[in-house]
Design a protein. Structure first.
Length: 82
């Protein structure tokens, strides 16, 4: 998770993992970065939620990676996430 744009630290990590063959097995990676659209001014928590980088979004992504799709949707629904 990074509050940077696509092409930042996550890209370097993915490049390293790919070159070392670590993405050839069962490792699951989902970079979470700021979206490529303007985010309205507001308090920090609202901006992070709008960007999809809140704790609930992170938990939902992790649950989804573990094959727990229903739990992932439930986490976001509980906080009104998108």
């Amino acid at each position: 998770v990074e509050e940077g744009a696509i092409g930042g630290f996550a890209s370097h990590v993915l490049n390293f993992l790919a070159k070392d063959g670590l993405l050839d097995g069962s490792l699951k990676v989902r970079p979470m970065t700021l979206p490529d659209f303007p985010i309205d001014h507001g308090n920090y928590d609202k901006q992070i939620n709008d960007a999809g980088l809140s704790a609930s979004h992170i938990a939902s992504t992790a649950l989804s990676l573990m094959g727990q799709k229903a739990a992932a949707v439930e986490v976001l629904a509980a906080v009104g996430g998108k």
